[in-house]
Design a protein around this ligand. Structure first.
Ligand code: DP6
Length: 324
């Protein structure tokens, strides 16, 4: 019998076509498919160890013991693994991010991806990628996309077992980069889980969802054909549409700060001057600027000059979640 412990590492991802709203929030079945790119160099590393001596699951994130809602969410995933493997042991989960929490990079995607892979292996399960992606999805929707490699599509699917993410191209397919403008390191007012629940209160959500298959097709094609202009147009539209839904939800979710808009305007003007750049924004004020790797250093330097930009993180295209 194996040792009942395993360690896995996963990268966060940036969505090109966003996940916003669930048709089943308990199962995290989304109202639309989504497409993303994994972020190389940034990762969560998580060890899971099932131990007969433990009375309860234990969770340590970046050296701090975590209880309450955070622990419950992790225990929910561990329960599914225990059930599938037929074990009753509680687990010790130790997790570290190599990127600053509160830097506006969502850590739930890399965290639940690393947890799903480490927990299944620790329990002796050797699941195919799709099954691990489904398990990660149950912890955090976007985590499903941090299991496969490179450029990834999360298919909305028909049900729990086929709402999973698959790689549409490996990292080396297209030398893109993400330069993240950190404009605020404060904690977000409303987290994604609460945000998804508000999506249907916006009168614009229906239009956003109805048009999603078209945007997914345009984005998939832009990635497969390495067409930067097409990618820029579709990811900015998709991000703007999601934020329009957020801004018109009840209660309203307004994530932008003045510096958010300043970066968006700079990106538009650099592109008019011939620089290949495009913005996309998640559930927070920081702006992800996508560009070819050849332009990454120049773009990051330009971004640092914008008043209100506190820092710029840079990432290339990342691989799959893996055991370490
Ligand atoms: C705006 O995956 O963080 O980043 O399933 O509740 O954990 P939960 O939500 P989460 O939502 C991500 C929202 C987004 C868009 C995206 O990444 O697709």
């Amino acid at each position: 019998m194996n040792s009942h412990s395993a360690t896995a590492q996963a990268s966060p991802n940036i969505a090109f076509i966003k996940y916003w709203g669930n048709r089943d929030s308990a199962l995290r079945l989304p109202v639309n498919g989504s497409i993303s790119m994994n972020l190389d160099g940034l990762f969560t590393r998580t060890s899971v160890s099932f131990q007969p001596s433990l009375a309860l699951d234990e969770l340590v994130i970046n050296g701090r013991q975590v209880g309450g809602k955070g622990l419950e969410r992790v225990s929910g995933i561990l329960d599914l693994v225990r059930q599938a493997a037929g074990i009753a042991f509680r687990a010790e989960v130790v997790s570290e991010n190599n990127f600053p929490t509160g830097a506006g990079i969502a850590s739930s995607a890399s965290a639940f991806a690393a947890l799903a892979l480490a927990a299944t292996r620790a329990a002796g399960l050797e699941w195919p990628e799709s099954a691990v992606s489904r398990l990660a999805r149950l912890g955090s929707g976007s985590a499903s996309r941090s299991i496969p490699s490179g450029f990834v599509e999360w298919k909305m699917g028909q049900a729990d077992d086929d709402s999973v993410a698959v790689s549409i191209a490996p990292p080396e397919h297209w030398d893109l980069a993400d330069c993240v403008a950190i404009v605020s390191s404060g904690h977000k007012a409303t987290g994604s889980t609460e945000g998804h629940a508000l999506a249907p209160t916006s009168p614009l959500q229906g239009a956003r969802v109805a048009d999603a298959p078209r945007r997914l097709e345009l984005c998939r094609r832009a990635v497969l054909e390495r067409d930067f202009n097409a990618l820029a147009a579709i990811i900015e539209l998709d991000s703007d549409m999601m934020h329009a839904v957020m801004m018109t939800s009840q209660p309203q979710l307004f994530y932008w700060k003045p510096a958010t808009l300043a970066v968006m305007e700079s990106v538009r003007s650099w592109r008019n001057d011939g620089l290949p750049v495009a913005y996309t924004i998640d559930a927070g004020p920081n702006v992800h600027v996508i560009c070819p790797q050849a332009e990454m250093a120049q773009v990051a330097a330009l971004m640092r000059e914008i008043p209100g930009v506190l820092d710029v993180l840079q990432a290339r295209v990342g691989g799959p979640a893996r055991l370490v």
